[in-house]
Design a protein around this ligand. Sequence first.
Ligand code: VNL
Length: 391
Amino acid sequence: MIARRNLLILAAAVLAGPFISAAEAQEPFRVALILPMTGASQSTGRQIDAAVKLFMKEHGDTVAGRKVEVLLRDDAGVADTTRRLAQEAVVRDHVQIIAGFGLTPLAMSSAPIATQGKVPMVVMAAATSSIMAASPYIVRVSQVLPQPAVIAADWAAKNGLKSVVTLVSDYGPGYDAEKWFVERFKAAGGTVPESLRVPLANPDFAPFLQRVADAKPDALYVFVPAGFGSAFAKQFVERGLDKSGIKLIGTGDMTDDDLLNGMGDAMLGVVTAGPYSASHDSAMNKRFVADFKAGNGGMRPNFMAVFGYDGMQAIYKAIEKTGGKGDGLALVDAMKGLSFESPRGPVMIDAATRDVVLNIYMRKVERRDGELYNTEFETFSNVFDPAKPKP
Ligand code: VNL
């Protein structure tokens, strides 16, 4: 039935010639959006999915005459599932692009599928530097942890912090966040009495926070992924660390805009380095935040939403540049060197590395209009991944 209908459409397209657009005769351009919609990282899935939907509502679902169809798949944050879903998307659904990838292990498991299937893989969340080496088909629009880590280290050194304990989730982006902070901070004369790594799954921060209390550093520097900040903040307060005089700093992943209000006033004054704040002052961001909230029951967009939105910007521009043809390598090439405005500020995809170049902001948690925000107070423009050779 369906095949017959397609044949009829095709016949009609041939007969009508230029009067029926190519979009009607062609298969849609399919993008598999593979995200953790359930499980511990479901906020990342929810945020990215909502932003992709907002982008398509604003920009329509036809690009270069071809209809774009997004197939949302839930991997529940399990790497084997991500790989299976990526494989099905490429082999069975014949998608032209795989996108999403909420955590580093999920991106790593799927990279070989992109390479074998010659399908671009647009990473919208995962942020370990080394991911890019896993496939020449990867294009990243999210962030890379060494970027905020070195900027946080410079800020700490310049602002009189002499000793800092680091506490990171025990996996790829945590190691990047730790290594690049520690090296940079030590080079500036700081000391790091302890570097603590907390399991990613069901983290119990209590014993680690006890060691922080005992070490009495000037500050505690933290990386936990999006969606985990609340669990950390709760135990930080329960252990009395908010009243210990130990300053809390970190990467922006900790004071995630989706969770920040629920983390409470203990977060006031927390300083982080990150790529996006919902209070970023630009016309584009004001509209983005208002439309995102309006379409999602008041949910505030966090950095993941912006990464998802930017992923769609890159995908639409690449489809446009390649005339809707959908050849894998041509799409990757079309994304190399792209630059565009984002709700976070200007973004570029470096042509040499296929990785994102972005602004990193120093921010401080403040209360404004009855809500907690990461208020930006200093901007570092065009930040490349310091973990890669300079292009
Ligand atoms: C990762 C890095 C994930 C930063 C995050 O949130 C994050 C990752 C889910 O690479 O796994 O904020």
